[in-house]
Ligand binder design. Sequence first.
Ligand SMILES: *[C@@H]1O[C@H](CO)[C@@H](O)[C@H](O)[C@H]1NC(C)=O
Ligand SMILES: *[C@@H]1O[C@H](CO)[C@@H](O)[C@H](O)[C@H]1NC(C)=O
Length: 979
Amino acid sequence: MIETRWPAFVGLVVGTAWLTSIVDTSFAFDKPTYAAIVCLTTLAVILLALGRFLPKGDTPTHKGHYLAVPLQETHANGAPRDHSPHPHHLPDDLAHQPSLRKLRILFVVLVLVICARAELLREIVANVQCSRGTWEPVVPLTVAIWDWISIRRRRRHQTELDDQTATIYDVWESRIMNSSYRYLVVVALVCFGSLGAIRAIGSPPSTHICTSSLPYSWYVPLAQYFGTALDCIIVFCIHGLLYTDEKGGTRGPSTRFSAVGWAFLFAAATLSTIACIYYYASDPDDRRKILSIPDVLFWGTTRLDIVVCLTVISALFCTYFIGAMSTSMVVMFVSVSVRTTSFAWNHTHPFPVGHVGLGFLAMCLTILGFAFYFHMGVTSETEEANARHLTFRKAPVWLYLAMLCLLAVQLCLWAVHKSSVGHHPIDLLMWEANTRHEAYVKQASASTTLEEAVRNYRQRYGRHPPPGFDHWYKYATDRGSIIIDDYDSIHRDLLPFYALSPEEIRDRTWRMIANPFNDASGISIRNGKAEISPNVMPTHRWMLDGIIEMIGHFAEWLPDMDLAFNMNDECRVAVPYEQIESMREAGRQFGELNSPVENTFTPQRGHEWKPFTEEPLNETPLIHRSFQRTFLEFGSVGCPPNSPARTKRHWDTSKICTSCTAPHSLGAFLSNWTKAADVCHQPDLADSHGFYLSPAAFKGAHELFPIFSQSKAHGFNDILYPSAWNYMDKAVYSPNDEFPDPPFAHKNTTLFWRGATSEGVSPGHGQWRGMTRQRMVALTSPESAANTPPQPLLLPSGKKQSYAALPAPLLARLLPASVRIVSTIHRCGGRDCPDQAAAFAPLADPTDFQSHWSYAHLLDLDGAGFSGRFLPFLASRSLPLKAALFREWWDDRLTAWLHFAPLDLRGQGLWATLAYFAGVEGRVRGRREEGERIAGAGREWAGQVLRKEDMEVYFFRLLLEWGRLTDGRRGEVGFGWGV
Ligand SMILES: *[C@@H]1O[C@H](CO)[C@@H](O)[C@H](O)[C@H]1NC(C)=O
Ligand SMILES: *[C@@H]1O[C@H](CO)[C@@H](O)[C@H](O)[C@H]1NC(C)=O
């Protein structure tokens, strides 16, 4: 038995470190009760199986010596005792030995408390955005206090050093080592050090909503305190069952471990029973949700289960040998060290704002305290007569070395941490944006003749231009299109379709349009005329009219074909990465530059398209996921299988996932707009956007169906086209006498936004608390400021600048913002309607769209799809600040930080960005001239490349390419002029 001591100790350290590193990103927390049942059952099975192998009878470990409760005082080295207990302690201690009855009580309490703990965990995880800093490090402290109360207080000093030769140091050491407070003091030191370190070094709070109008804003923190209290009780109970000897001391390790195993089994059974009752009490829709266990959840839980088993079994063995205090100390110390060290390692930059110096100090205390704890144990072992057992029989030199190493690493991390920046990140980003834009324009409009345009096309895409390219070129140049060469977004969208045969594309288009359920409408082009196909929803008629009008300008050069248009705002087609990559590869193979091609589409190709019958098609390739989470099933399937979006779940929404923001951020500011659209490194987006949380209308496919959409999120394979919304002036920039567009300097600096809760539907499970629109409103409204966590601002400090987290109420006073929901709460159900109404009160009155222009800073946010207001915002003299998941056809044309100010969807840099432009009185000089410059540059550039003519030119080229893709002789047609 005793030989398992070291493996158990190593297992404990490794297991705890491993668990700490995976627990924050485990899928298991999607269903905490399921995970709890799985873990408890596995643990129970292992423990009961172990019970068969462990020694049945009394072992020397606990027998015949110093029968007592003390946590640290028992002899555990397995060797026969060679000192007898101090006689006058024995009766006293014996009085505190648990009887069998006590053991039974411990057992029952353990079962109940584990169940209660699992239930609390479920509650906390369900509303985790309201959680506060953890108090778990106090668990060892409570054990130490209990230990002190029950034993040490009663024991007087037993050994006074009377050796005359002792130095002052020896006397003091002996005093300290024998003081009854010693463990208490040291454990307290470690606990408070750990608490301080965790508070000082950690992710900043997120903007997920936890308003005071909702009950969970107080009950989640309360549940956390309770949870910690229950953890203490669990530790006591396990200590009692495993470590303590009862009168007569007849329990062997086998009995002890089996007892704990049975307790786990009973707890698992109780939890399962509760889950069953809950299942039968809920309605059928919810039942299906309860039963569904997606693959990632299953594997995530399995993985967590393995690590939990390793850790818990090791912890139980350690408890058996060295008691609960030392075991919980080790667990706490290891997890805090891993947490703080890895965070400090990954965050050496000034953002996120952390109290790094304070954290380092706290870590020093923790390390010192921990080393002292073991030193004390070892020393007292040699000092004290009854040779307390200890964790380590011999002075563990390597332990001190490890501590020293840890201290050195922490010191280095503290030393290399930068806390201020020399230049404002936005200055750098604006400068860089200029360069990038110049490079873009240079390559996008290099061609000045058709011949050059053709040559450039071949070079870029490795194939001939589509038939009719000469007409397109003439059309584009006649309308003054600046962009001639760079149509990479068309290329990217169409590339995978080369893997499908023209027949297949035609068939899939037909299947998409023929069933009205699909919410896709068709447009047929025949003999140079575009027409709407039958069964169109009247509400969407304007959209198709707009498309027809746009196509009408160039339809005469288009081949006969049918097109399926997405009538919903949400994008549709997400082909898994494994398939789409090979399809793209097939696309890259297409094109033979040396073969001759014919500059006409196949004539008479109209009849190849299956006609639409009166009788609608009944089968559909689409999966209906309205009001449901879509991130795992659709949002991230386009990502590589080992990317964070597919392997990690950032379930703790109370904290910003800094590893998700880092790749596309510079400090608190968004630095790479393109990269920010890539969801593969951003698993936390699953909880941060209405489209992923609960879209209003989502009918998606995993097969590559050809559908034209106005906007799409990363990973979707819809084909982007210029939205009819903008083409038909559904939202238009037209200042008038009543609502003029004054020069930038005369505008009100308030950040302005008005909109509806239409990003997604919140049918009653609180989804709205994560949606971007709602979060931005809560973040900026003075009413909810009291519940908003402090937000970072970059403030000048001397010659440099450093981040400071300012309380939200102060920010709301310093920086003007008017970001509000208009008139009523839409798209909600159940308690989410009144909850939102309370959280966002007072709702704003509707305003005229043209009133926007009196504000200098216009916030732009996604709706259910792209934001239709952005182009008018851009055309105005105001500065748009845009946060978006969806990307549109123009995404390559605009440059963030040159034409508009980009914001992260999480909102962490919103105040800091606004402060840069608007200024903070007495602290930050407002850079209004920079704001004006960006507003002007955006306006000017949009006036050149985002005109209605540019939409037509883009659409024309897109449809020529599409015409070739759907042509039966795809490889033989093309614009081969000049070969
Ligand atoms: C932004 O990210 C994209 C895609 O990852 C990358 O190609 C590009 O170079 C990045 N731009 C900058 C300025 O870092
Ligand atoms: C700016 O707009 C806000 C919100 O509409 C308003 O309260 C404020 O008075 C305006 N400030 C000025 C200087 O007009």
